[in-house]
Write a protein that binds this ligand. Structure first.
Ligand SMILES: Cc1cc2nc3c(=O)[nH]c(=O)nc-3n(C[C@H](O)[C@H](O)[C@H](O)COP(=O)(O)OP(=O)(O)OC[C@H]3O[C@@H](n4cnc5c(N)ncnc54)[C@H](O)[C@@H]3O)c2cc1C
Length: 316
């Protein structure tokens, strides 16, 4: 295990923003991960895990601790039919696939589609790793599909020991998992699928349609972290009398006249106001100022508190 010092983090984030980590390590096995955690514990420093870095904003001053870049990358089919120990209900899923959390979601989707496995087709083209997808319960809102719904069980690390937990442990909701409170690390995940070999082509077509929809509706061309804010609840939309009870954070930002607003080198996309783009050389401060501006304006205009979907890491 090679622990490096003072490593700039911008190269590991999709936004291409972020100062140095005091310590940085890439892990590709459970053994290395546990060693890395021991290192942080011995030194009494905080640690944070990075997957694809597609949903994080790292501060310009970096992170005073250990950044663990998750490169654990194995996928395997672990069971056909039958039930897993922790799967309580008689579920319809008949193939179980175990994936390390460093596996890219897109790779997992392609792997399973190739085997005629139906389940994750709405996530083709979804950026980030399996670990990041569990943390935020990644979603394809146009299909009302959530990554966590497909999870059967997972191995997590607590006090540097591995425990297997069932799906219910994560208390998945919209942009919510219990990991956001516990800060535990997920090592691997078991996902349930239905095998439909004779419909393989149709499943691929559905997946490609989902990916095309994603491409058609999301801004392209500049580094971004996707949606910056979580959409608001139905109750908030009703209380604030938002037209048609729209829950989209992008709608609210747009309604405040902030679409296209630029601070420094960061800009709210002209196409989708919930996306902040790095126009070239943007700092975390530029992005943070846009975030704060949107929060203030939306609060003043609608009385609603916007909450970040992106995870802020380190010192700003
Ligand atoms: C262009 C673009 C489009 C996007 N579209 C969508 C979309 O349609 N739907 C959607 O849901 N999201 C979308 N996102 C956001 C992002 O892709 C997801 O949130 C993704 O799941 C993040 O995964 P990641 O591996 O990059 O996580 P990271 O950004 O690396 O980390 C995010 C958080 O997860 C934690 N984390 C990562 N791995 C683990 C682990 N193994 N155990 C515990 N915690 C962990 C990190 O510590 C951090 O707090 C988009 C992003 C971009 C850039």
């Amino acid at each position: 295990m090679n622990i490096l010092e003072q490593i700039p983090l911008l190269q590991f984030t999709n936004w291409r923003i972020g100062g140095p980590a005091d310590y940085f390590v890439e892990v590709d096995s459970l053994h290395d991960l546990q060693e890395a955690l021991r290192f942080a514990s011995d030194k009494k420093i905080p640690y944070v895990v990075l997957g694809g870095g597609t949903n994080v904003l790292v501060g310009d001053k970096g992170f005073r601790g250990l950044v663990i870049k998750n490169k654990m990358n194995t996928i395997s089919i672990i069971a056909y039919k039958g039930r897993l120990s922790n799967s309580s209900e008689e579920d319809r899923k008949n193939v179980y696939v175990k994936a390390d959390t460093g596996v890219l979601v897109n790779r997992l989707v392609r792997y399973t589609l190739d085997q005629g496995l139906s389940g994750l087709e709405n996530f083709l083209g979804q950026p980030g790793t399996v670990g990041g997808a569990i943390y935020i319960n990644a979603h394809n809102m146009s299909q009302n599909d959530f990554f966590g719904s497909h999870v059967v069980e997972a191995d997590i690390i607590s006090d540097n020991k591995v425990t297997t937990v069932p799906q219910s442990y994560f208390e998945f909701g919209y942009d919510v998992s219990t990991l956001q409170k516990t800060k535990q690390l997920v090592v691997s995940v078991v996902v349930g699928f239905e095998q439909r070999l004779d419909e393989k082509e149709q499943i691929w077509k559905k997946a490609e349609a989902a990916m095309q929809h994603r491409h058609a509706t999301q801004p392209k061309g500049f580094p971004t972290a996707g949606c910056t804010f979580r959409n608001i609840s139905a109750e908030d939309a009703k209380r604030a009398k938002i037209p048609n009870n729209i829950q989209s954070a992008g709608f609210l930002i747009d309604a405040c006249g902030l679409k296209g607003k630029q601070i420094g080198n960061a800009k709210f996309s002209d196409e989708h106001a919930n996306f902040i783009l790095n126009m070239g050389g943007a700092t975390a401060q530029d992005v943070k100022q846009l975030i704060d501006l949107a929060k203030t304006n939306v609060k003043e205009k609608f009385g609603i508190n916007l909450h970040e979907e992106v995870v802020l890491i380190g010192e700003f």
